[in-house]
Design a protein around this ligand. Structure first.
Ligand SMILES: Cc1ncc(COP(=O)(O)O)c(C=O)c1O
Length: 391
């Protein structure tokens, strides 16, 4: 079969919600993929931050296939081996007390919203259910996560919302103070706004938000769906900001390619949700959790986490040697690239794909989220394709 065959099937049968590149990936190993016709691509996308160990990492594949051949699902009415093992590893490595497993980032954020609203109602009364999020944020596509997302462009066409969110501009302390009132139960932020254009928040501002939440006795929630699980050089990015959120959400890179999300709760929030308050048929699926355990083993026990920052420095150094690259943003292996005037990121990304490099965009920037274990050879090969494409 040809690429065109599947592109036509996609156009005919898949809902029109994605603007896809004309690439039909068929197989991959590490950070190298091949399309249906055998064309090779270097992957700087990791499936938008999901394939943290690249395509078909051997340890990950063994763990996942062993699990799928042993027990693929058992339901949350029984105790399951992989989710308890993953929960212990996550809690021990992050210092959180408990975790709720969901299936995606949006769902993890929905869980965090429920924790915040119940916490507000329990501690301050039933009016205390509003959450402040940041303008230009992205928290997902389900109705509450969409409303939490501080970008009108995603809101239009989907009213009415259920309410319960207020928005404040990033890095503006007094705006946060002015947005707060007695109905606010939490502030939820991204530390690096990914979909918003790879914009890192100021550390000083994030510490202010954490202190502000403590002072007002409300929850500080950090959405680490994109920044978490080693992406920026530490297991959680909040460590680099010197804060300990009451709730952290994870997803993308956690399963190494399988659907999973996590709501991490500290001593203060671990008991907020109780029996019957939340649940998910697929949440904590054994196969996804086995993938998660393999990812954490690679990061923490086999030392991959220590390689992320040096690798990011190397890539950033190489990128800055390209004349058409004006500025870099983000943290670690979450990289935003501002191009010189006259270069359109979406056009360059499409040209890169033609030339054998998969790369993302965010707003007007090019964006890179390579697998955390991308090799130096793959980096060099990919950067060379980008350099030639920009020439
Ligand atoms: C910060 C952040 N939160 C939430 C989401 C939504 O995650 P999902 O697409 O898994 O629902 C994303 C996805 O890009 C994200 O970047």
């Amino acid at each position: 079969m040809t690429n065109e065959y599947y592109i036509n099937l996609d156009k005919q049968y898949i809902s029109n919600t994605y603007k896809r590149q004309n690439v039909v990936l068929a197989r991959g190993k590490g950070s190298t993929a091949y399309d249906v016709e055998g064309k090779k691509y270097i992957d700087f996308t990791s499936g938008i931050g999901v394939n943290s160990l690249g395509f078909c990492n051997e340890n990950w594949t063994s763990a996942v296939t062993a699990q799928v051949q042993t027990l693929q699902h058992s339901s949350n009415i029984f105790v399951s081996v992989p989710d308890t093992v993953l929960a212990e590893k996550l809690c021990k490595a992050t210092g959180y007390s408990k975790v709720f497993f969901s299936n995606s980032g949006a769902e993890a954020n929905e869980g965090a919203v429920k924790v915040a609203r119940k916490f507000g109602a329990d501690t301050k009364g039933k009016e205390c259910v509003n959450i402040i999020t940041l303008q230009n944020s992205f928290h997902g596509r389900t109705v509450a996560a969409l409303e939490a997302t501080g970008q009108d462009v995603f809101h239009k066409n989907f009213y009415p919302f259920t309410g319960g969110f207020k928005y404040a501009p990033i890095n503006d302390k007094s705006a946060l103070e002015n947005t707060y009132d007695d109905t606010v139960c939490a502030v939820m932020v991204e530390l690096v706004q990914g979909e918003g254009g790879v914009i890192a928040a100021d550390k000083d501002y994030i510490r202010f938000v954490a202190d502000f939440c403590k002072e007002k006795e409300i929850l500080f929630i950090v959405d680490e769906v994109q920044t978490g699980v080693g992406r920026t050089g530490t297991l959680l990015t909040s460590t680099q900001f010197g804060v300990k959120p009451d709730v952290t959400t994870l997803a993308k890179g956690l399963g190494g390619g399988l659907p999973i999300g996590a709501v991490l709760m500290n001593e203060k929030t671990q008991g907020v949700l109780s029996f019957g308050d939340h649940g998910s048929t697929f949440g904590g699926n054994p196969v996804s959790c086995a993938g998660g355990v393999a990812v954490l083993d690679e990061l923490l026990d086999r030392g991959l986490l220590n390689e992320v920052s040096p690798k990011a420095d190397y890539i950033r150094g190489k990128l800055l040697e390209i004349p058409q690259v004006k500025e870099l943003s983000g943290l670690g292996l979450m990289i935003g690239i501002t191009l010189a005037e006259g270069y359109t990121a979406s056009e360059i990304a499409a040209k890169c794909a033609e030339n054998g490099l998969l790369i993302l965009t965010a707003k007007t920037k090019l964006r890179m989220l390579p697998p955390l274990n991308i090799t130096k050879e793959e980096i060099d090969e990919g950067i060379e394709i980008l350099r030639k494409t920009l020439e």
